[in-house]
Design a protein around this ligand. Structure first.
Ligand code: PLP
Length: 362
């Protein structure tokens, strides 16, 4: 078996070894065609089968809820920050946002370029170390939608419950926690995610939406930016990122083999618990800055007592084969990204290292 790193990268991130090996096996000759999947027409039967399979697997993992469609787009979640208001924020309406951290901030900035935008809740005063309490949220009838960032990848916070928005569509950026736990898709008008954290390689962005929300886009926005262009063409209006879609399909297959979302959620919670327990039981040597009720099970952020020690932790962890534990440059500290494909064994190895490091430096 090949040597695999303890990969805690924030994105692009670890992929399941089984998926990489299957892709390798069919890399040069895809299912007897004598070509790789990157060398064939996206209008041919072979590719289209993979494309359609990925769509139906996604919907099936989310419970085959009626009335939802999948789009495979490009430009990353960052393009959705603009595409969403371009399509759904009409004249006389206002786009409502929850300001929960670095990614929400970027989404808000883009929406402001498109139309009237309001922040209805924020945890900025708390340095984004919690998800705002939305239990009593009141949205005006003028609200086109409420946008939330399901998991703030940089700060390490995550929604534990989603707000009830009544008739107003709830939109979620799920880039860093899609398919990591069970959700009720009925709660959402639209969710989107870049694939490179929980779903596959970079290059494809997934949008899952209620069909009625995306079937009529304003005619004055460019063709490629209209949701209904992609909806009415089965995401094949132009050349799709075929290899990325293929990889997503293989990851979805793998998720099914892990016991689907219920099975994965159980493993993901166990992984996160192991690391949080190590932090909480360290007598203050490690510190989790995020409020207990907002901790992410995907991105575990933690601090040491000073930056010198944090630098030393990163250096020594790298020598031991741990990759990607440095916190985002905007917030510092440490971060272990433990997406679906990061095995429990990697988390166990990390906590063993943390205990060892504490012993030598505590
Ligand atoms: C990574 C990330 C993004 C940006 O994704 P790109 O595909 O690089 O544009 C947006 N939102 C969240 C929550 C993320 O984690």
């Amino acid at each position: 078996m090949s040597k695999r790193a303890y990969n805690f990268n924030a994105g692009p991130a670890a992929l399941p070894l089984e998926v990489l090996e299957r892709a390798q096996a069919e890399f040069v000759d895809f299912r007897g065609t004598g070509m790789s999947i990157m060398e064939m027409s996206h209008r041919g039967k072979v590719y289209e089968e993979v494309h359609n399979e990925a769509e139906s697997r996604l919907l099936s993992l989310l419970g085959d809820v009626k009335g939802y469609k999948v789009l495979f787009l490009q430009g990353g979640a960052s393009t959705q920050f603009a595409m969403l208001p371009m399509n759904l924020l009409s004249q006389g309406k206002v786009a409502s946002y929850v300001h929960s951290g670095s990614w929400a901030d970027k989404a808000i900035k883009e929406a402001k370029l498109i139309g009237e935008t309001q922040i209805v809740a924020s945890s900025e005063a708390n340095k984004f170390m919690s998800i705002p309490d939305l239990s009593g949220i009141q949205l005006s009838d003028q609200s086109a939608y409420l946008h939330v960032t399901s998991n703030e990848t940089i700060e390490g916070t995550q929604y534990q419950v989603y707000p009830d928005t009544g008739n107003i569509p709830l939109i979620a950026d799920m880039s860093s926690d899609i398919l990591s736990r069970e959700i009720d898709l009925n709660q959402f008008g639209l969710i989107y995610a870049g694939a490179q954290k929980n779903l596959g390689p970079s290059g494809v962005t997934i949008v899952i939406a209620r069909e009625d929300l995306i079937s009529e886009s304003p005619k004055n926005i460019p063709t490629m930016m209209r949701y209904n262009t992609h909806l009415s063409n089965n995401s094949l209006y132009n050349t799709p990122p075929a290899f990325s879609v293929y990889m997503v399909n293989e990851v979805l297959k793998w998720i099914g083999e892990q016991g689907s979302l219920a099975g994965l959620e159980k493993i993901n919670r166990k992984k996160a618990q192991l690391i949080y327990d190590t932090i909480d039981n360290s007598g203050g040597f490690y510190r989790g800055p995020v409020e207990a009720g907002s901790r992410s099970i995907m991105n575990v952020t933690f601090r040491l007592t000073n930056e010198e020690l944090e630098k030393q932790f990163i250096k020594e962890s790298e020598q031991e084969g741990f990759i990607g534990l440095k916190g985002h440059r905007s917030v510092g500290g440490l971060r272990a990204s433990i997406y679906n494909a990061v095995p429990y064994e990697s988390c166990k190895a990390l906590t063993d290292f943390m205990l060892h490091f504490q012993k030598s430096n505590g």
